[in-house]
Design a protein around this ligand. Structure first.
Ligand SMILES: Cc1cc2nc3c(=O)[nH]c(=O)nc-3n(C[C@H](O)[C@H](O)[C@H](O)COP(=O)(O)OP(=O)(O)OC[C@H]3O[C@@H](n4cnc5c(N)ncnc54)[C@H](O)[C@@H]3O)c2cc1C
Ligand code: FES
Length: 303
């Protein structure tokens, strides 16, 4: 089973990388890591991949907005910029449910002591019954404006769970931030789709969307255009359909950044909301990301 984890350490150490994994109550891999993985065990790892990076050359200040375990890539950036004594302002804006969920609190405080350019603002969404003395509640337009002066003119990195990302993106748009200034990374934690093999929930209506042919498996099926599944968009992706048919396309991130789900499309057209993992060569050769690909019409893929 593949899953994606951000590197939370700075890129400078050569002998280790640090990953920080949140235990998902019903998660297959995060529970395995937490419950069973021991020092000395071997794991297979690929990467690093993705474009959610900031080295200090891209802008002269940076706003890092994170929710929950979305703090991990922000720690890497903050550690690196602090090591380098980067001259720009770093706004570290964080939200999580309870004070105990702020896992890097001590280290962020230590970084603040050595880095006068690092400004930290944390709001706790469910602080009732705790002794948290700082801001409470979710990220709001007013709080963000007070926390980061001239927000609209700065480069912003945003990472967290889907609901927090959506509400924060809406606030940024309202505040007039240009979309190209906002870099995002969605931490999937996608629940199994109703159609996926091994799940008991099934779509209630027959599929009526475009026909997808998986040529190596000699199987075809129509896309569900009315899939109701909480976090999933209403239209099924080619990866989700392949899971329904037991095709076995590999995946990891499910958000378009790792490239594990690349397949060749031999006919048809798809739209992909995120295609960070595709190189120009891939695009020229008809390679698509199955996790992102929503067919516009009938499609054939080599899988
Ligand atoms: C680019 C990227 C970077 C990431 N970086 C990090 C990181 O640094 N740290 C980190 O902790 N995570 C990170 N993630 C998330 C991580 O990849 C995994 O998605 C996460 O660890 C959950 O994997 P899992 O195998 O434990 O859960 P899965 O088994 O994949 O389950 C996914 C979710 O569905 C729920 N679920 C499972 N089965 C059921 C069921 N039958 N009914 C209802 N709900 C169910 C689980 O509780 C879980 O919330 C990142 C994701 C991406 C895409
Ligand atoms: S699974 Fe990572 S890009 Fe599709």
């Amino acid at each position: 089973m593949n899953r994606s984890y951000s590197i939370s350490s700075s890129p400078t150490p050569r002998d280790y990388i640090e990953l920080t994994v949140r235990r998902e109550p019903r998660g297959a891999v995060s529970r395995h890591i937490d419950d069973l993985l021991k020092v000395g065990d071997q794991i297979n790892a690929g990467g690093p991949v993705g474009r959610f990076t900031f080295t200090g050359t891209e802008a002269d200040s940076i706003v890092l907005i994170a929710g929950g375990v979305g703090i991990t890539p922000m720690m890497s950036i903050t550690r690196y910029l602090t090591e380098r004594s980067w001259a720009g302002d770093i706004f570290f804006v964080y939200t999580c449910r309870a004070p105990t969920d702020f896992i890097f609190a001590d280290e962020v405080a230590a970084l603040q002591r050595v880095n006068p350019k690092l400004r930290v603002a944390v709001t706790i969404s469910s602080a009732e019954g705790t002794d948290w003395k700082g801001p409470r509640g979710r990220i709001t337009k007013e709080w963000l404006t007070q926390t980061v002066p001239d927000l609209a003119s700065r480069r912003i990195h945003l990472c967290g769970p889907p609901a927090m990302m959506d509400s924060t993106k809406a606030i940024l748009i309202e505040l007039g931030v240009a979309p190209e200034q906002v870099k995002t990374e969605l931490f999937g934690a996608t629940k199994p789709t109703p159609a996926a093999a091994g799940t008991t929930a099934k779509p209630t209506k027959p599929a009526t969307g475009p026909l997808v042919t998986f040529s190596k498996n000699n199987k075809s099926a129509k896309i569900h255009v009315d899939l109701q599944n909480g976090d999933s968009p209403p239209k099924q992706s080619i990866l989700e359909l392949s899971e329904e048919l037991g095709i076995g396309i590999e995946f990891s991130c499910r958000v378009g950044t790792c490239g594990v789900c690349k397949v060749k499309m031999t006919s048809g057209e798809v739209e992909m909301a995120v295609e960070d993992a595709l190189e120009p060569d891939d695009k020229a050769n008809g390679i698509i990301l199955a996790c992102q690909a929503k067919p516009k019409g009938d499609v054939t893929v080599e899988a």
